[in-house]
Design a protein around this ligand. Structure first.
Ligand code: FAD
Ligand code: NDP
Length: 449
C-alpha cells in the first residue's frame, strides 16, 4: 500500500501549519502536499460509545496543526478557556486560521493520528504505523520534540494518574481534568523552566497551592539573571507560591490506587501532593533520521535554507539546528514558536522560489505571559548585563552586551513600540561604549537607535 506526493511535511505542529500556508501562498497544486502527524485530541477520545456487541469504542479525534503555546495559556484559563478550533495555526501570527476544511479546500492531504515508524531518505519513503509507505520528492521534517520523562533521570512514577506533563493536546486536556479535581489542594511543580513557570501560574489561578521545585538557584536559569528572576519569584510568592531550590525529585509516595500522595526530594524533604506537574526539558524528535542525516546540538543540522545533509530533505522548528547569522552563523536549536514559524516559511520559500531565497537571517525571540505579567527577549543572553528601570513596579528590562555590542534585550510589560525598538537595537548590534550609562538610559537608549 502506498501513496506518492511531491511535498511531504512530517509532523503536524506549529511549523507544519505555517509551512502549509506558505506552500499555498507560493502556489502548489491540489494533491501535491501531504502532512503526516501522530497527534490526537484526547477530549474527544474520552467520548466512549457502546457498540452493538456491548464493547466500548474510543473515538480518537485527529487534530490539524495548532498553536502549541495556547496549551499553557488560553487552554488553562479557569473561565472561558480556549479550545480548538479557535487556536489552529496560523492565528498566533495574526494570519489565516487553517481548519481541516481549509486543508481540504486547498487539496492538502492530512494524514492525521498516524505515526511514522521509519524513514528512508535514500529511497525517499516514510513508513507509517498503519503500514502505508508514503513517498516524496521533497521532505520537510517538522517532528518537534518530546517532553523528557523523570524515568530518564532514574525516578519512577510518570504513569500515576495525577502526574502530568505538558507537550500536546492530550497532556493539556489531562492536566485540566486533574487540576479541576484538585481545587483547594496541593500541587508540586518540578522543573524551573517555561513549563514550570507557566503551569505554576495556571495552577494558582485554579486555586491550587503550589510548591515549585527546581535544581537551579533561581527560576528560568537559562535566560533570567538572578535580578530578573528575583522579580518574578517575589511576584509568585505574593500569589502564595512556595519555592524549593537547589534540589530534585527522588521518588513518589503513592496510595493503594497508585495515585501520588507525596513527593520526596533529594534533600530529604517530603511534600504532600494532590498532583504533580513535571517540566524538565525536551528532546528533539530526531530518531527517525539518526545515521541518515547530520545531527548537531541535539537537532537535525541544516544550512541557512533549512536544507539538511540530504538535498531533498529540509528540517524546521524545534527539531532543526540552524546557523544564526546574527551570532556569526553559530548553530543553534531554538525551542520557541517564532523560530518554528519563520524556519518553516523559509524552508518553503527555499523549496518553491530557490533563486529568490537566501540564507535565513533570524533574530531569536522568546516570550512568556504569566498572571498579569508579560515579557519579551530578543537575541542572545551572553556577555555583561545592564539592568534598567524600576524592578519594584514591574517596569524594567535588561541588555546583554558582548564585545562592546548589544546582543540581547529583555523587557517586562513593554508596549509594541518598545518591543520593536529593543529588537531593532539587537538586530543592529548597536555599539555600547559605557555600560553604566546604558543602565542609566535604559529604554531611552534603544528608543534613540
Ligand atoms: P511541534 O509543534 O512540537 O510539532 C511536532 C509535531 O510532529 C507534533 O504534531 C508531533 O505529534 C509530530 N510528530 C513527531 N514525530 C512524529 C512521527 N514520528 N510521526 C508523525 N508525527 C510526528 N514557544 C514560545 O516561543 N512561546 C510560548 O509561549 C510557548 N509556549 C509553549 C507552551 C507549551 C505548553 C509548549 C509545549 C511549548 C510552547 N512553546 C512556546 C514552544 C513552541 O510551542 C514550540 O517551539 C513549537 O511548537 C515547535 O514547533 P514544531 O512544529 O517544531 O514542533
Ligand atoms: P526548560 O528547558 O525550559 O526547563 C527545564 C527545567 O527543568 C530547568 O529548570 C532544568 O534545570 C530543570 N531540570 C532538568 N532536569 C531536571 C531534573 N532531573 N529534575 C528536576 N528539574 C530538572 O524546559 P520545560 O520543560 O520548562 O519546557 C519544555 C519546552 O516547552 C521548551 O522547549 C520550552 O521552550 C517550551 N515552552 C516554551 C514556553 C515559552 O516560550 N513561553 C512556554 C512553555 C513551554 P537545568 O536548566 O539545570 O537543566
Amino acid at each position: 500500500m502506498g501513496r506518492a506526493f511531491v511535498y511531504v511535511i512530517l509532523g503536524g505542529g506549529v511549523a507544519a501549519g505555517y509551512a502549509a500556508l506558505e506552500f499555498v501562498r507560493l502556489g502548489i497544486s491540489h494533491g501535491e502536499l501531504c502532512i503526516i502527524s501522530e497527534e490526537t485530541d484526547q477530549i474527544q477520545s474520552f467520548m466512549l460509545h457502546l457498540n452493538e456487541c456491548g464493547d466500548y469504542i474510543t473515538e480518537i479525534l485527529k487534530v490539524a496543526p495548532y498553536e502549541r503555546p495556547a496549551l499553557s495559556k488560553g487552554f488553562f484559563l479557569p473561565e472561558d478557556p480556549a479550545r480548538l478550533p479557535s487556536f489552529h495555526t496560523c492565528v498566533g501570527a495574526h494570519e489565516e486560521r487553517l481548519t481541516p476544511k481549509w486543508y481540504r479546500e486547498h487539496g492538502i492531504e492530512l494524514v492525521l493520528g498516524t505515526k511514522v515508524k521509519s524513514a528512508d531518505v535514500r529511497r525517499k519513503t516514510l513508513l507509517t504505523a498503519t503500514g502505508e509507505t508514503i513517498s516524496y520528492k521533497i521532505l520537510i521534517i517538522a517532528t518537534g520534540a518530546r517532553a523528557l520523562k523523570i524515568e530518564e533521570f532514574g525516578v519512577r512514577g510518570s504513569d500515576a494518574e495525577n502526574v502530568c506533563y505538558l507537550r500536546n493536546l492530550v497532556d493539556a486536556s489531562r492536566l485540566v481534568d486533574v487540576m479541576r479535581s484538585c481545587t483547594g489542594g496541593n500541587a508540586v511543580v518540578i522543573g524551573g523552566g517555561y513549563i514550570g513557570m507557566e503551569c505554576t501560574a495556571a495552577l494558582v489561578k485554579h486555586r491550587i497551592k503550589v510548591t515549585w521545585v527546581f535544581p537551579e538557584k533561581h527560576c528560568m536559569g537559562r535566560l533570567f539573571t538572578p535580578k530578573i528572576a528575583a522579580f518574578y519569584e517575589d511576584y509568585y510568592k505574593s500569589r502564595g507560591v512556595n519555592f524549593i531550590k537547589g534540589t530534585v525529585l527522588t521518588s513518589f509516595e503513592n496510595d493503594s490506587g497508585g495515585k501520588v500522595t507525596a513527593v520526596v526530594l533529594k534533600d530529604g524533604r517530603r511534600l504532600p501532593a494532590d498532583m504533580v506537574v513535571v517540566g524538565i526539558g525536551i528532546r528533539a524528535n530526531t530518531s527517525l533520521f539518526e545515521g541518515q542525516l547530520n545531527i548537531e546540538k541535539g537537532g537535525i543540522k541544516v544550512n541557512g535554507r533549512m536544507q539538511t545533509s540530504n538535498n531533498s530533505v529540509y528540517a524546521v522548528g524545534d527539531v532543526a539546528a540552524f546557523p544564526v547569522k546574527l551570532f556569526g552563523n553559530d548553530i543553534r536549536r531554538l525551542e520557541h514558536v517564532d523560530s518554528a514559524r519563520k524556519t518553516a516559511k523559509h524552508a518553503v520559500a527555499a523549496i518553491m522560489v530557490p533563486q529568490k531565497t537566501g540564507d535565513l537571517d533570524y533574530l531569536p525571540f522568546f516570550y512568556s505571559r504569566v498572571f498579569t505579567l508579560s515579557w519579551q527577549f530578543y537575541g542572545d543572553n551572553v556577555g555583561e548585563v545592564a539592568h534598567y528601570g524600576d524592578f519594584s513596579s514591574g517596569r524594567f528590562g535588561a541588555y546583554w552586551v558582548d564585545k562592546g555590542q548589544m546582543v540581547g534585550a529583555f523587557l517586562e510589560s513593554g508596549s509594541r513600540e518598545e518591543y520593536e525598538v529593543i529588537a531593532e537595537a539587537v538586530r543592529l548590534k548597536v555599539t555600547v561604549k559605557d555600560i553604566i550609562e546604558l543602565e542609566r538610559e535604559g529604554l531611552e537608549f534603544a528608543m534613540r537607535v
